[in-house]
Design a protein around this ligand. Structure first.
Ligand SMILES: C[S@@+](CC[C@H](N)C(=O)[O-])C[C@H]1O[C@@H](n2cnc3c(N)ncnc32)[C@H](O)[C@@H]1O
Length: 297
């Protein structure tokens, strides 16, 4: 997801603002690729949306009338919010016009288009003139802005008193390969953990613990929870999601990982062979999110 600068896809989900500032080519994001990986994530690991929106409903107090999905992406969160809060109007905000097209299409497919509207806006800029809201949702988006605390302050200003900000981040990139155990039955680091460590050095999915920043922006921290995702996706879908990630790893790490790991990556990505992601049946996709709930007093 997560979760954007998969020079188009996984990067777009994961790299932080610092990385952005040094890679101007991100203006040319492969939006279709990003939308695809976000949609795959929602289909394979999207159970967290059910859990996080239920938790938000318990915390928000009352019935929110207006909700902003800040950095809506392909609209998985927007749709989940519209389903959870059946009378709320959801405003999807994103700097990418293409993403907002995906969001509107997702809303149409799920039959909630009547309560979903969009605004193209850069979270790094002063917010557009929009009605203040009861709930702001920022999933895998806060770590992408240049100055997250400035964005938090704008979110604070954009909420009604008592309103809730929910920030969601991927705890780590999703894991797909079966866990290798050592002689004592303990998980042992394998290819996938080496790849994750290598992309961490490129600041994929990099973000601070948000609590202190939220408090500095004026929020009261209400709760912080971890939400593991449980996948019941068909093997073909899981394989596609895995292929997308591993292809991005290969692209990002070609000059970094050992020759052995590169060869292993190529066997995973090959169209045929016993290790091919396209054919193996032992993939075990695991992922989890952390969410912060912060209230404007
Ligand atoms: C990784 S995606 C997450 C999408 C969605 N919230 C989800 O969880 O699936 C991040 C989204 O934030 C958007 N984004 C990144 N920086 C932004 C900014 N400064 N202003 C507005 N949107 C931004 C990207 O265009 C992208 O759609």
């Amino acid at each position: 997801m997560p979760f954007a600068h998969l020079t188009g896809t996984v990067e777009a989900m994961t790299e932080n603002a610092h990385h952005h500032q040094h890679h101007g080519g991100h203006e040319n994001h492969d939006h279709a690729g990003l939308a695809e990986i976000l949609n795959l994530d929602a289909q394979v690991l999207g159970s967290y949306l059910e859990d996080t929106t239920r938790w938000a409903a318990q915390l928000v107090g009352g019935t929110p009338a207006t909700i902003v999905d800040a950095g809506a992406g392909s609209g998985a969160g927007t749709v989940a919010l519209a389903k959870r809060f059946a009378t709320a109007n959801i405003l999807a905000m994103d700097k990418s016009a293409q993403m907002l097209v995906h969001t509107l299409e997702a809303a149409r497919v799920r039959g909630v288009e009547g309560r979903v509207s969009t605004v193209q806006a850069d979270l790094d800029e002063p917010w557009p003139q929009i009605a203040s809201s009861d709930l702001i949702w920022a999933s895998s988006s806060l770590h992408e802005v240049s100055d997250p605390e400035q964005t938090m302050r704008q979110m604070f200003a954009g909420l009604n008193p008592g309103g809730l900000l929910i920030v969601v981040e991927m705890d780590a990139l999703p894991l797909f390969l079966p866990v290798e155990l050592d002689d004592c039955g303990a998980p042992q680091p394998g290819l996938e953990s080496r790849l994750h460590a290598a992309v961490a050095l490129q600041e994929w999915n990099s973000y601070p613990e948000w609590s202190a920043g939220l408090e500095r922006a004026g929020f009261e921290l209400v709760d912080k929870r971890s939400f593991p995702s449980v996948s019941s996706a068909a093997p073909g879908l899981t394989a596609r999601y895995a292929q997308t990630f591993f292809a991005r790893f290969r692209q990002a790490l070609e000059k970094v990982v050992s020759a052995d790991d590169l060869a292993a990556l190529d066997r995973l990505l090959a169209a045929t062979g016993t290790e091919s992601l396209a054919h193996r049946t032992d993939l075990q996709v695991r992922g989890s999110r952390t969410a912060w709930a912060a209230r404007k007093p």
